[in-house]
Design a binder for this molecule. Structure first.
Ligand SMILES: Cc1cc2nc3c(=O)[nH]c(=O)nc-3n(C[C@H](O)[C@H](O)[C@H](O)COP(=O)(O)OP(=O)(O)OC[C@H]3O[C@@H](n4cnc5c(N)ncnc54)[C@H](O)[C@@H]3O)c2cc1C
Length: 416
């Protein structure tokens, strides 16, 4: 079977590896970027996706440069604790949660693709611009993939080309631009002292402004860790600041007076080696991800606000799921229908929960109920309410202990 994948990001590369593990050898990945460079800053992979990396034999490589996340904790902007919970192995899961640099994860996946499928598998500088489906009673349903440098014939096209997916646009021409909630993010990394457990992910603030902070490399011999931080604030558009020094000034104008007892928020911003700015974007859930032999995975299928650590997580699971259903079904359209009926409702729930700010809701509620702060969190929430907010998100995103103690539903990943 001739398989084309649009996009060599987290989802597309995982899909290539999962397809290879399922016995497919004619897999080509068309990537728009001229080269795969370690772009982005930090992200998290939840145990539900680490299980899939494990099945593909990738967990040791990824773990080698990740922080094994110990806890997720929510604080007010003054540093008062609202809620904390252990994560991954620390919560009794069989698999850990990892915090790591997106570029290193993408590089691990790309290295594995080169080693297992061959060096020419990812064709960089070759954007997919659209496709044409052919329904031929003799040869079955096939697809012509239009790329920046010529057409390619395939039996299956997987659109893994991210938030601004060309495959999605061709499938749903009326979809338009991504939606925004009016929040803008600065993402930065800084070398700084570890805080709390040394492997904590902390979310500070309220619905006026947030500061999310977690290490993505453990402390080195000098005692400093690589710390990833992300801010969210409402804004009409990007800030005028361009260079690093001006961006630091902008971020400090908003967060320079935040004082929490266990880390130095202004100091982190001042120590940043890079600061990127992004709008917070998603898209509404689609009615279908399929068009004959064409399907969507990852952000192309279900872009979501980056709260709750589900962007890369769900893309990895999609990659494994689509390969599994192909192996199991009599033909491509049936496989894609099964893939969609499993994954579309599951990810729609996460997209919708993230529009309500996922588990971060607890600090928004704390600020709305106690704007002057509180002495005891029990005066603001009952323990049951806090637990319920966390449990509801975990069950929507499929990472309850019960769900994860089982083996992967998509097999071991051993080559067939
Ligand atoms: C450069 C970059 C930096 C990012 N940084 C972060 C970050 O720091 N933290 C975070 O949480 N998330 C980040 N993300 C988003 C995150 O990677 C995704 O939300 C998540 O991993 C889902 O993966 P995906 O494979 O669906 O999409 P992505 O990982 O976004 O991959 C999509 C891939 O498709 C390629 N592409 C786009 N259009 C086309 C086209 N027409 N034809 C062929 N290829 C195309 C892109 O170059 C990219 O390689 C970043 C994404 C990108 C592209």
């Amino acid at each position: 079977m001739r398989i084309a994948i649009a996009g060599g990001g987290i989802g597309g590369l995982t899909a290539a590896l999962a397809l290879h593990a399922a016995g497919h050898r004619d897999v080509r990945v068309f990537e728009a970027a001229a080269e795969l460079r370690p772009l982005g800053v930090g992200l998290n992979i939840l145990p539900s996706a680490v299980r899939e990396l494990h099945a593909l034999g990738l967990a040791p490589a990824v773990e080698g440069h990740a922080v094994t996340t110990a806890e997720l904790a929510f604080y007010t902007r003054r540093g008062d604790l609202v809620w904390s919970e252990p994560r991954g192995r620390f919560a009794g899961h069989r698999f850990p949660q990892y915090s790591l640099h997106r570029g290193l994860l993408q590089q691990d996946l790309a290295d594995a693709v080169a080693a297992r499928l061959g060096h020419g598998t990812v064709e960089t500088g070759r954007p997919v611009t659209g496709y044409t489906v052919h329904d031929d009673s003799a040869s079955g349903t096939t697809v012509t993939v239009h790329t920046g440098s010529g057409d390619v014939e395939a039996d299956l096209l997987i659109g893994a080309d991210g938030l601004h997916s060309a495959v999605r646009a061709a499938m749903h021409p009326d979809d338009g631009e991504p939606d925004t909630n009016g929040m803008w993010m600065w993402r930065g990394t800084s070398r700084a002292a570890p805080f709390l457990t040394g492997a904590s992910m902390a979310v500070l603030g309220d619905d006026r402004a947030k500061f999310v902070v977690y290490p993505i490399r453990p402390a080195d011999e000098s005692g400093l860790a690589l710390i990833n931080w992300v801010t969210g604030r409402p804004a009409d558009g990007p800030s005028a600041a361009q260079g690093l020094a001006d961006r630091k000034k902008e971020v400090l104008a908003q967060f320079g007076d935040w004082k929490v007892p266990w880390t130095d928020v202004p100091g982190l911003v001042a120590a940043a080696s890079q600061i990127h700015e992004y709008p917070m974007l998603d898209r509404a859930p689609l009615p279908t991800w399929n068009d004959g032999p064409v399907t969507l995975i990852g952000d192309a299928a279900h872009p979501m606000y980056p709260v709750g650590s589900n962007g890369a997580t769900q893309a990895i699971i999609d990659g494994r799921a689509v390969a599994w259903h192909l192996h199991d079904a009599p033909d491509v359209p049936t496989a894609l229908r099964r893939y969609e009926s499993e994954r579309l409702p599951a990810t729609r729930g996460v997209q919708e929960a993230n529009r309500r700010m996922g588990p971060e809701r607890v600090i928004d509620l704390a600020w709305q109920r106690a704007p002057e702060g509180f002495d005891r969190i029990e005066d603001v929430f009952t323990a049951e309410e806090l637990q319920r907010i966390s449990d509801d998100y975990a069950s929507t995103a499929g990472f309850t202990v019960e769900a994860l103690d089982a083996d992967s539903p998509y097999g071991t990943g051993e080559p067939r």
